[in-house]
Design a protein around this ligand. Sequence first.
Ligand code: ZN
Length: 226
Amino acid sequence: MNILFFGPNGSGKGTQGAILKEQCHVPHIESGAIFRENIKGATALGLQAKAFIDRGDLVPDDITIPMILDRLQQADAKAGWILDGFPRNPNQARMLHDALTRAGLVLDVVVEIILDRELAKQRIMGRRLCAKDNNHPNNIYIEAIAPAANGTCRVCGGALSTRADDQDEGAINKRHAIYYDAVNGTLASAYFFRDLAAQGAAIRYLPLDGRPSVKEVGASLVKLLG
Ligand SMILES: [Zn+2]
């Protein structure tokens, strides 16, 4: 199964991608990792991309898309893939769709995790890190994983702290402004595929309510795909 995965920062997309990966036995491919691998491996496309990045410019789509296509056709992706982090605008969506079609790759499913922008921001800013164990999630805005009443880790009582990135409201707003832009941004690229599905293309467009707990959202996702 070939899956395109959309969701704002703070929607638990990374975790849901991992759940999906386990469920479908296909690689979870993040567009950022594709860049890093190509640059590290000094591939022809990687070197071209690096030149743009070094100048502080955005990498053009005619470099990015062949890079993504190459990754989707590697041996571990033969049985399917989950692509995450691309496209981010309707033009990229159109170009990706054309490139997939030309390569004979069929897009089966598009998942969109739906979460209100304010809620997504709260979920990022509410994260607390346990000093004793990174795998003890705490969030002051999520009841199911709220810290203990005395402000320590709900699992082990360890001290909690915040990550600087999670408290950078300006950076969060900037990322969300791109994601939630339904005309020129990431949501618009998701809607490109939603429209294709509505017009009769053989793509299943699956909207997923991102408000419940990670476990519940994961279970709904598995059920939707089943
Ligand atoms: Zn803990």
